[in-house]
Ligand binder design. Structure first.
Ligand code: ATP
Ligand code: MG
Length: 628
């Protein structure tokens, strides 16, 4: 079946469509109702059905593919690689589940996981899923305060952490951060389970609270723990959004709908089936890590490659070496990751045999056209821009090579994926805008399976964050978009990032895109800065590629301005261009435009708890003082 028909069925006959997709997973008890939409916009997919994510990801494959690799965990930090078959994964997860039970964790209890990209993080997640505990993975790079906030929101019965992580060869001790977070939190967990990698052998042990995983693992090795069958709409996990625009929201996911969405997306979007290999460069702490490092590939019976380390360590060919070594079919990364490589020698892209690699998906941030061209030409593969949100759990816009590959249009993540009834509407009137016109991208409810069911413990915030922007009941993505005549959607940036120059509303993305066409530019961030005369003017912060080719930063800045004027008109002309060495980003690699804007307007940069590199913000501060 081709894309058009498949998508049309998902919209016109949603219940038949999803009932069919639901057959891809194992149900302990079949659903009684495909969709219960008696309380809009809350909805229940596969109501009454009973299933389990761990059973679908692990146990179900034992018969046919017990000896196949389920997980390959590669670390260029510790120089260790672990290859784990489905049978071994089953054993590890059972042991871990027995350990959890021995610590009093059961169905519905929350468990915070604070670990780097290591195999035990995956075991811990699946072990929670097995016994019906609700995991909340907190990205290992977050500071104690971020962790404390999430602890207080989730109120976990247990926190699982590693002794330490590593980044660029440097050991980052986690345990002191956990201790500080437990101090700060109003409701700290009664137990902390430490998975020691021997990176920080002398870590502090709090008597009565801290337990060593190695000791309990030895005690429970070989244990078998029964799968807890959950009603389809019980919570499976919590995951906080990236916090680019403010306080992160605790996205709550269900069990059945999520499993079905994972199964569908794996074959139809990512074109990965049982026995094939998927490599996602994400951290398990992000939405991509949950869906396409853990649940998606494993539910599909595929092999998932997990990577701990920088894209440039030991050299900028590491990702492609992994693709060659494990015969990766589909790779998943982010535009930010590719822009890191763009600063390196492009010959690294062609040193490895990529004959098995079919697709590279990129998500998380706008994929600017120059970067898309650079990587397409560099590796000679189809690059697929993927648009989604932590909230949705899987792509909203994508091409679907597992069905049939529609033409790639650079700058666009393509077409709606099954079940997503998308509209682009005027932000004032709420009416649909014409093709080619800018509006807000919204999803007509009910949201498809896989998307968030609510904000943890806060139905009111679920409604106010996503459903209160328009008079009709629609889910607002909070992103600007344009849909062209062919139905391809272009994402223009976040609704709170728009720049208003003398009444002209400009998307940050359009100007960034235009700056990036300059051959020396690696990355550009554009913000609107208050201006007495025009209301706001665009200001650019840009990083340059290593080889400047004799051109000075000032020359590059001037020609960026010129390009914007040529491509978008005088109204979009950047008032100032600052060339810096690094741009402030969140830990998940998203530009923190709100902080740039605050600094440029001499305001407090706001909540910086998700900031990755404080040095980048300092540099911006200095650049502003120096002047453009
Ligand atoms: P918060 O919601 O806490 O402010 P966040 O929106 O950055 O954080 P995520 O869920 O990680 O949290 O990111 C989703 C957002 O990332 C989208 O709403 C969109 O703005 C941006 N995004 C993701 N993929 C793409 C893409 N392919 N093209 C353009 N923008 C994208
Ligand atoms: Mg968001």
């Amino acid at each position: 079946m081709g894309y058009e028909e498949f998508y049309r069925r998902s919209i016109e006959q949603p219940e038949e469509f999803w009932a069919e997709q639901a057959r891809a997973i194992h149900w302990h008890k079949p659903p009684q109702q495909v969709l219960d939409y008696s309380n809009p916009p809350f909805r229940k997919w596969f109501a009454g059905g009973e299933t389990n994510l761990c059973y679908n990801a692990v146990d179900r494959h034992l018969g046919e593919r017990g000896e196949q690799l389920a997980l390959v965990a590669i670390s260029s930090e510790t120089n260790l690689t672990r290859e784990i078959s489905y049978r071994e994964l089953h054993a590890e997860v059972n042991t871990f589940a027995a350990v959890l039970k021995s610590l009093g964790v059961g169905r519905g209890d929350r468990v915070v996981i604070y670990m780097p990209n290591m195999a035990e993080a995956v075991f811990a997640m699946l072990a929670c899923a097995r016994i019906g505990a609700v995991h909340s993975v907190v990205f290992g790079g977050f500071a104690a305060h971020n962790l404390a906030l999430r602890i207080d929101d989730a109120k976990p019965k247990l926190l699982i952490c590693a002794d330490a992580g590593m980044r660029g060869g440097k050991v980052i001790a986690y345990k002191p951060l956990v201790d500080a977070a437990c101090e700060e939190a109003a409701s700290p967990p009664p137990h902390v389970l430490v998975v020691s990698r021997g990176l920080d052998p002398g870590y502090n042990i709090v008597e009565g609270r801290d337990v060593d995983y190695a000791v309990l693992r030895a005690k429970h090795e070989g244990a078998r723990v029964e799968v807890e069958w959950l009603e389809s709409n019980e919570p499976s996990y919590l995951l906080y959004t990236s916090g680019t625009t403010g306080k992160p929201k605790g996205v709550q996911r269900d069990v059945g709908g999520y499993a079905v969405a994972m199964a569908l997306s794996m074959w139809s979007i990512y074109d990965v089936r049982a026995g094939q290999v998927m490599f996602s460069t994400s951290d398990v702490g992000w939405a991509v890590g949950h869906s396409y490092n853990v649940y998606g590939p494993l539910i599909a019976g595929a092999t998932s490659v997990l990577y701990e380390g920088l894209p440039t360590n030991p050299d900028p060919g590491i990702w492609w070496r992994i693709c060659e070594q494990y015969g990766v079919r589909t790779m998943f990364s982010s535009p930010t990751g590719i822009r890191v490589l763009k600063k390196q020698d492009p010959s690294w892209l062609t040193k490895h045999d990529l004959s098995k690699l079919h697709w590279l998906f990129l998500a998380g941030e706008p994929l600017d056209e120059p970067t898309a061209h650079w990587i397409t030409d560099g590796i000679g593969k189809t690059i697929i821009d993927n648009y989604w949100q932590t909230e949705t759990g899987w792509p909203v816009l994508s091409l679907m090579p597992g069905l049939d590959l529609k033409p790639v249009k650079f700058g666009s993540p393509g077409l709606p994926t099954p079940g997503y009834k998308l509209r682009v509407i005027d932000d004032n009137s709420g009416d649909d805008v014409a093709p080619g016109q800018k509006g807000v991208l919204v999803i007509e409810p009910p949201l498809p399976p896989g998307c968030l069911t609510t904000v943890w413990n806060d139905d009111a915030r679920f409604l106010s964050s996503y459903f209160s922007h328009f008079k009709q009941l629609v889910y607002s993505s909070l992103d600007w978009a344009i849909r062209d005549e062919d139905g391809y959607t272009f994402i223009l940036g976040r609704t709170d990032d728009v720049i208003n120059v003398a009444g002209h509303r400009l998307g940050t993305r359009e100007i960034e895109e235009s700056c990036s066409t300059h051959p020396s530019v690696a990355e550009a961030a554009v913000i609107g800065v208050h201006d007495e005369l025009k209301g706001q003017v665009p200001v650019v912060f840009a990083t340059l590629k290593q080889a400047l080719g004799g051109e000075s930063a000032a020359e590059a800045a001037a020609s960026m301005q010129q390009r914007v004027v040529e491509q978008l008109g005088g109204v979009a002309r950047p008032a100032r261009v600052y060339v810096v060495n690094a741009l402030p980003k969140t830990r998940s690699g998203k530009l923190l435009r709100r902080s740039l804007q605050a600094l440029a307007e001499h305001r407090d940069p706001g909540d910086l708890s998700t900031l990755d590199d404080p040095g980048a913000l300092e540099e911006v501060r200095r650049a502003l003082e120096r002047g453009a």
